[in-house]
Design a protein around this ligand. Structure first.
Ligand code: C2E
Ligand code: MG
Ligand code: MG
Ligand code: MG
Length: 288
């Protein structure tokens, strides 16, 4: 500003940016209260095993039901939580909730693994890793963590050590958004992950693009060579599902199968589709 005044330049305020910064500050201030006040909740999105024709697991996605702004999606508040130093608390809350939900579903006959997303920052946070291990405890609930590779690249040795601790207590690890960020084959080999999730940017135009099918097929082959199972996220059309099936993709997740559902809706989905064959109200899907 001083320089602009000295140069006698007009000062132009970018109001959109000011609004955004103000918004983030407000959300940052409101987040702790939202967590204790019951405004944060989870939706579940199933992952379906293509060959076994069953619901293999589900991913918990966090949402913020804001009293005046309505529903806020994680894209608009996870980075706020990270910046506010609240991401560990938010993730531990999520972990406790999915363990609770997993046990409730198991009692009802749906004993499937529930995954949560773990921010990369947290893999460097010893206090978080210790707390998460303690909450997971004896591994009585089937739990999985989705992490992006970018998380590992910052401090690979300690991240891999922490991931190994999670794996040792029975947590299933999945590499999320594969291909979307910096993908390193060197780390891929070292990670104790059982699943590789291909980012939806390669899946959403699978049948209309020339290159995406090549990328997806070689990623599936690579993951299989490393003895990992492959999940395609963002499966929206029967034709994408058919192609993924031919390519040997193990699991699919996306709006074609189900949008993320609240706990009760998800439970209903499980009840209605416990025998996946011919189910899901979508004949094309049932017979790819
Ligand atoms: P992600 O883990 O890659 O989750 C997939 C995102 O794709 C979700 O968006 C999901 O609703 C959306 N999606 C699923 N199927 C389809 C589809 O067929 N088509 C399209 N177009 N989109 C689909 P959402 O819920 O907005 O989550 C965005 C990201 O926020 C997640 O990406 C994840 O990285 C992050 N996130 C969500 N929950 C948490 C959390 O509890 N902790 C942390 N650290 N991050 C979270
Ligand atoms: Mg995820
Ligand atoms: Mg993902
Ligand atoms: Mg993604």
């Amino acid at each position: 500003l001083d320089q602009a005044v000295a140069d006698r330049q007009p000062v132009v305020l970018d109001l959109a940016r000011v609004d955004l910064a103000f918004d983030r500050l407000t959300l940052m201030r409101e987040l702790p209260g939202a967590m204790t006040g019951g405004q944060i909740f989870l939706q579940y999105q199933p992952k379906v095993h293509v060959r076994r024709r069953e619901i293999a697991s589900a991913e918990a996605l966090v949402r913020w039901q804001h009293p005046t702004r309505g529903l806020i999606l994680p894209g608009d508040f996870i980075s706020v939580a990270e910046q506010a130093g609240e991401i560990a608390a938010l993730t531990l809350w999520t972990l406790r909730q999915v363990i609770w939900d997993q046990k409730r579903l198991a009692v009802e006959g749906h004993d499937l693994t529930l995954f949560i997303n773990i921010s990369g920052l947290l893999l460097a946070d010893i206090a978080f890793v210790d707390a998460a291990c303690e909450i997971v405890g004896d591994g009585a609930a089937r739990i999985g963590f989705e992490i992006t590779e970018t998380a590992v690249i910052r401090d690979p040795d300690s991240a891999i050590r922490h991931l190994q601790r999670f794996a040792d207590i029975g947590v299933t690890l999945a590499i999320d958004d594969y291909g979307a960020g910096l993908s390193s084959l060197a780390y891929l080999k070292k990670l104790p992950a059982r699943e590789l999730k291909i980012d939806k940017m390669f899946v959403m135009q699978l049948t209309s693009s020339n290159r995406d099918p090549l990328i997806v097929r070689s990623t599936i082959d690579l993951a299989h060579a490393l003895e990992m199972e492959v999940v395609a996220e963002g499966v929206e059309t029967p034709s994408a599902l058919a192609l993924l099936t031919v390519m040997g993709c193990d699991m699919v997740q996306g709006f074609l199968i189900s949008r993320p559902l609240g706990f009760d809706g998800f439970r209903r989905f499980l009840d209605e589709n416990s025998l996946f064959d011919g189910a899901l109200g979508n004949p094309t899907f049932a017979r790819p």
